[in-house]
Design a protein around this ligand. Structure first.
Ligand SMILES: [Zn+2]
Length: 123
């Protein structure tokens, strides 16, 4: 993975704006662990993978609808591009705006917390 230093500094400048290119690109790397990035990083257990798919596709669909109607959203419209970008954008918000994400997208927050095995709400 190659990151521009300028973008790295910019992403870290405001730690709670939900935008961070380093987190975004690391999410893509994790996603590619089991093949091409598709928004479904490897998870242990069929039940967990099924729940992940259910939550992520519902949230992705909702973001696509909001983006199409021009409504503002906690998650950037770029996340509506495809499932891989959705996962990367959601990861940025998970680490940078955990309170808002947990309040507005509780199921999505839980899935990301399970994947990353951290709870930024407690930081
Ligand atoms: Zn991306």
């Amino acid at each position: 993975m190659i990151l521009s230093w300028e973008d790295t500094l910019e992403g870290a400048q405001v730690p709670d704006d939900g935008r961070n290119v380093v987190i975004h690109e690391f999410a893509h790397q994790l996603d590619q662990d089991n093949g091409p990035a598709n928004g479904a990083p490897w998870l242990r257990g069929r039940g967990r993978r099924a729940r992940w798919a259910r939550v992520m596709s519902a949230e992705f669909g909702a973001l696509q609808q909001r983006a199409a109607s021009g409504q503002p959203s906690l998650l950037s419209d770029y996340g509506a591009t495809d499932p891989a970008e959705f996962f990367a954008v959601a990861s940025e918000v998970f680490f940078e705006q955990p309170q808002q994400l947990a309040a507005e997208h509780a199921a999505l927050y839980r899935e990301l917390s399970g994947l990353y095995r951290v709870n930024p709400l407690s930081w």
